[in-house]
Design a protein around this ligand. Structure first.
Ligand SMILES: Cc1cc2nc3c(=O)[nH]c(=O)nc-3n(C[C@H](O)[C@H](O)[C@H](O)COP(=O)(O)O)c2cc1C
Length: 197
């Protein structure tokens, strides 16, 4: 059995003309190039969740909606997460917030990092995500990847519409640090959970 952390790249935007695929595919490629983790793409488009309509979080009782249960099973398969973060009105997208709300136990004591994009590299949305993560008993990496300013305009469809590779020299150092930290925390939390058994 592999002891490498299993990591999900979770795409936080589902709109048909989303930009999200560009940063998602780029960070997926960076993660796949490493030999210290296993990574898969998780697209919220494949999880058509209702707006949260349960009696309570699944901390308190099992969820009823089959899509919510399926989503919890998906989240539970991973040891850590890379969120692909769009910034909508200075926060995360509604669809990502709903997906975060639709699980609880499955997020607990697991790490996450981010690749954010927007005018300020989604810095404000990422800070919101980090405080949501505290409530979900998650640990955020210190580092994250932020595609902002002219880099964002270079890849933005209504800007230069270039591939992320065009600006990747600016992203590679933070991507390496963010993924190094993610693996460290994933191994640490996996070991602590194993010791608890
Ligand atoms: C409803 C909405 C709100 C937005 N608010 C912000 C914002 O607060 N800051 C920002 O940098 N970009 C903002 N944008 C622009 C997005 O960064 C840009 O549309 C990006 O492509 C969104 O990601 P997506 O295409 O993957 O959904 C907003 C876009 C939308 C649709």
């Amino acid at each position: 059995m592999s002891s490498k952390p299993k990591i999900a790249v979770i795409i936080g935007s589902t709109r048909p003309t989303r930009l999200a695929d560009k940063p998602a595919q780029w960070i997926l490629k960076q993660a796949q190039a490493r030999d210290d983790l296993e990574v898969e793409l998780v697209d919220l488009r494949d999880h058509p969740l209702p707006f949260f309509d349960e009696m309570a979080s699944n901390l308190w009782m099992p969820s009823q909606n089959p899509e919510a249960v399926r989503w919890q099973q998906t989240v539970g398969r991973y040891d850590g997460y890379i969120f692909v973060v769009a910034e909508y009105n200075h926060s995360i997208t509604g669809v990502l917030k709903n997906a975060l709300d639709q699980a609880y136990k499955e997020w607990n004591r697991k790490p996450f990092t981010v690749i954010g994009y927007g005018g300020t590299g989604a810095a404000r949305a990422v800070e919101h995500l980090r405080s949501i993560g505290v409530e979900l008993q998650m640990v955020s990496t210190h580092a994250g990847v932020h595609i902002g300013g002219s880099d964002f305009m270079t890849i933005f469809p209504m800007g230069g519409n270039k591939p992320v590779e065009e600006i990747e020299a600016n992203l590679l150092p933070s991507a390496k640090t963010a993924l190094d930290e993610l693996v460290w925390w994933a191994k640490a939390t996996m070991a602590a959970k194993a010791a608890d058994l």
